[in-house]
Design a protein around this ligand. Structure first.
Ligand code: MN
Length: 202
């Protein structure tokens, strides 16, 4: 089975100036593509060949895990910037964020701080349990809240390849700017559905 890199849902320059077209061309066109290409090479001899990416993530280690999880994480990451960006946090998710983090501003500050505090490469996530209780997860390298049976809602990539061309070493500035291009409706939809990943999502 071939795991196929989904098409980007917007043009490479659509997120400028927060994320430049040059960063997008490398981040999507080179890095993300490489995770899919590597996975396709590695999976051929594995009993996991043909399983969903989520099943591979949960049931593998080493290079197969790293490439499958990075493939999943990046598609999840890019898709939250699609469509109607810069809309407002609302609905049940707003209520849950205010309940669990005090306020929207408090949540955003803490999320960025946790991302800045990840040593080296990784991801900062907002995740939920099935009942809708939220938490921020700091993950190293390719790790993902799915591994802890949590439901990912939002992910900021803190690997340097995500921001170095545009922000050099200013990780906090990059993460803080991402709120301007986030489509909250997509995050709200993920929260509303709260899908425990067992099936194919691509
Ligand atoms: Mn990345």
């Amino acid at each position: 089975m071939t795991y196929k890199l989904p098409l980007l849902q917007f043009k490479e320059d659509a997120l400028e100036p927060v994320i430049s077209a040059k960063t997008m061309s490398f981040h999507y066109g080179k890095h993300t593509k490489a995770y899919f290409d590597n996975l396709n090479k590695l999976i051929t001899e594995s009993p996991l060949n043909g399983k969903s990416l989520e099943e591979i993530i949960i049931n593998s280690k080493g290079a197969i895990f790293n490439n499958a999880s990075q493939a999943w994480n990046h598609i999840f990451y890019f898709s939250q910037f699609a469509g109607d960006r810069n809309n407002k946090l609302g609905g049940d998710l707003r209520r849950a964020i205010e309940r669990d983090f005090g306020s929207e501003i408090g949540f955003k500050e803490r999320f960025v701080t946790e991302g800045v505090n990840i040593f080296g490469s990784g991801w900062v996530w907002l995740s939920s349990d099935v009942e809708g209780h939220l938490q921020i997860d700091k993950c190293q390298n390719a790790d993902n809240p799915i591994l802890n049976s949590r439901i990912p809602l939002l992910a900021f990539d803190v690997w340097e390849h995500a921001y170095y061309l545009d922000y050099q070493n200013q990780r906090a500035e990059h993460l803080s700017a991402l709120w301007m291009i986030l489509n909250w409706e997509i995050v709200e939809k993920r929260y509303k559905e709260r899908t425990i990943f067992k099936d194919k999502c691509f």
